[in-house]
Design a protein around this ligand. Sequence first.
Ligand SMILES: Cc1cc2nc3c(=O)[nH]c(=O)nc-3n(C[C@H](O)[C@H](O)[C@H](O)COP(=O)(O)O)c2cc1C
Length: 184
Amino acid sequence: MDEKITVAVIEGTTRAQRESIKASRYVADFAGKLPGVEVIFVDPADFNFPGDGNDPEGKDPRYGEIVGKADAFFIVTPEYNHSFPGSLKRMLDSELELYNHKPVAFAGVSNGNWGGVRAVESLLNAVRETGLVTLSWDVYFPRVQDIFDENGMIHEDQRERYERNLGKLFDELLLFARLFKTIR
Ligand SMILES: Cc1cc2nc3c(=O)[nH]c(=O)nc-3n(C[C@H](O)[C@H](O)[C@H](O)COP(=O)(O)O)c2cc1C
């Protein structure tokens, strides 16, 4: 019988008026409906990382516990100055060994037409060094303000496309998660 897979869905920013939280909550809701999947929603605003690095005093043990438990990660990042937010980097940097041999998928978010593709491309470099294993494609939310309403509900004319793309990406993420779980 298949074991349950735990997916940590990570929101990429702490900005008070962030739009990307609509996309990350949508991804988390989508994943939570998949059979055999448990979702942990990770909001960097809920954690505290004093200083930089991954020394014991720079960690938040609650984040470490989630990273240890997760079999897979899904990071939803907005694009800030052609990269990803500093709060996401700070949180990712606080752990290291616990990421090893676990897959990660990405979604990019922007209020313009590029969908955060440069944020995801920058994230690839950083994440590779952590030991997380990346997939070969991503999902993008360009013009995020046109995809979700003010309550974070996806507009009906967008639903089919995002369900299809997320379905394909989660198929791949969960395949890798199950494979890697057998060798950890
Ligand atoms: C500091 C900052 C820098 C930004 N830089 C870019 C950028 O380089 N490219 C881009 O497409 N959007 C950029 N944006 C706009 C974001 O795409 C927009 O805020 C979008 O809603 C996603 O981010 P949010 O979750 O913070 O709302 C930037 C936003 C901020 C706050």
